[in-house]
Ligand binder design. Structure first.
Ligand code: SF4
Length: 224
């Protein structure tokens, strides 16, 4: 969305905002640097001034399926606070035309102070158009765009973290042992929930099967 907006409205002084949590993996950091080059200006970093790891220490808990406090505290609240200093403003949200169920941020009561627009929907762009455009611009979205220790990741993504980022893994184990909670859930997950036990299972059982999760990285029609 940002790349296309820049292309069709080169004279508009857009601010391109990201809300990092400090737990993104190196390919995501590299992706942001590449986007800065393509957009021709630095990304505006909006953050509460602490990372996901700091937040877990402060809250004495870790995020999980029942407590998704991380997104609210690290992304939504800081972004809304930043936005208030930009009023009147237009907030462009990158929800696609084929994501009808998603509503984005609730900002209706702000009237003329803040207008929210959904350019991809205005253009009728679904996953197919988005991937086709990215392909033309030579942009590949990293496999992981979320936090290294996100509770929402698949078992296979945990395995990749364990295999490729041992220091990140050790830090997530430390989070669990300090808070006495697990990112994964005994009830929902088949393999061991605790990361320490999960690492042993990876050693014994090897790479888990990669689920064909319905991730938005492939156009179902064109197979881009
Ligand atoms: S990616 Fe996961 S851990 Fe990170 S802020 Fe979002 S829900 Fe929380």
């Amino acid at each position: 969305m940002a790349l296309r907006l820049r292309e069709i409205e080169p004279d508009t002084d857009f601010r391109f905002v990201i809300t990092p949590t400090g737990a993104e993996l190196p390919p995501m950091e590299a992706h942001w640097r590449k986007l800065e080059g393509l957009l021709g200006k630095p990304l505006t970093v909006v953050s509460p001034g602490y990372s996901l790891m700091d937040l877990c220490r402060k809250q004495k808990m870790i995020p999980n399926f029942r407590a998704r406090f991380c997104t609210r505290m690290l992304k939504i609240i800081p972004y809304l606070a930043w936005l208030q200093n930009q009023f009147p403003a237009v907030s462009y949200v990158g929800l696609r035309a084929d994501e009808e169920g998603r509503t984005g941020m609730e900002t209706d009561d702000l009237g003329l102070l803040l207008q929210t627009r959904f350019p991809l929907r205005e253009w009728g762009w679904g996953i197919c158009e988005v991937l086709g455009y990215l392909d033309k611009r030579g942009v590949t979205v990293p496999d992981r765009t979320d936090c290294d220790r996100c509770y929402h990741q698949t078992l296979h993504e945990w395995w990749v973290l364990w295999r490729e980022y041992p220091e990140r893994w050790a830090s997530a184990v430390e989070d669990e042992e300090r808070t006495r909670h697990t990112y994964r859930s005994e009830q929902r997950d088949t393999w061991p929930a605790s990361l320490r036990e999960l690492a042993k299972a990876f050693e014994e059982r090897g790479e888990p099967k990669q689920r064909n999760r319905d991730r938005d990285t492939e156009c179902k029609a064109c197979r881009i």
